[in-house]
Ligand binder design. Sequence first.
Ligand code: SF4
Ligand code: MG
Length: 292
Amino acid sequence: MQANTNVKINDYASPVKPTWCAGCGDFAIWTAIKMALVELNIPPTEVVLCFDIGCNSNMADKINAYVFKGLHGRVIPVAAGIKLANQGLPVIAVGGDGGTFDEGMQHFVHAFRSNYDITLILHNNCDFGLTTGQATPTTPTGQKMNSSPFGVAEDRLNPTQLALTLNPSFVAKGFTGDLKQLVGLLKAAIEHKGFSYLEVLQHCPTYNQFMDQAWYKDRVYKVEENDTYDNTNLKLAYERAGDQLEKIATGILYQNKEKLNFYQRINHIKDQPDLVSNVEKKDISELLLEFK
Ligand code: SF4
Ligand code: MG
């Protein structure tokens, strides 16, 4: 990646206007991603953003950069593959609580095992927004939703605690009501050399009025404001992440800078040039004749 000191927020401006509902937390995450990339001096031509399906992933054409939009819940393997081919690029995967923790769960688990050098920004609004307000694994137990009019019967997943049981190298939590903190967390996540998981507590005013912006504001606190918090202490991070309802910890909850990432562990390629450098121009016109 080449140093570029002239990156501006307008470099990331897309002519496509957002269609999110008024007050949606997606606006804050969208803004924070652009601000973090600008503050890191990364131009749009030197980053890849990967999306799947959902309100969050409708961001794909609202950012002027290289983007890939794939299947619901499958954003992690796409991002990991892009990084494998071109390790000089920062690669950011953007997913939601529905896709990632339903059909995408195996990818989530294996991303920590593999420690792919990518960032996952997880929009957690505790519902499926795009499909009109169904429950996801992070919807609180007992909550009435469009898919569960008598209340969610299952236990609520705690994705942060789950992440902390998977020998992670970076686990953080932000909140769409605190843009400054969110930008800082994004920068740290992008700069981390390994799988960086950033969960963002996000308000969905249309389908989640039980945890609105004021609800979160009354409950979130920053671990970095307590001098005694040690974000290399996995057990402490797990304890703090346990509370999702009363006192909700935000900030870099855990970081291990020593864990080797996936690409450093593959001995037969680690000293080789990136796969992207092997790409050659080929004339396929004869091959195409077969399909005439
Ligand atoms: Fe945002 Fe919810 Fe509207 Fe989707 S449905 S755009 S998540 S407020
Ligand atoms: Mg969601």
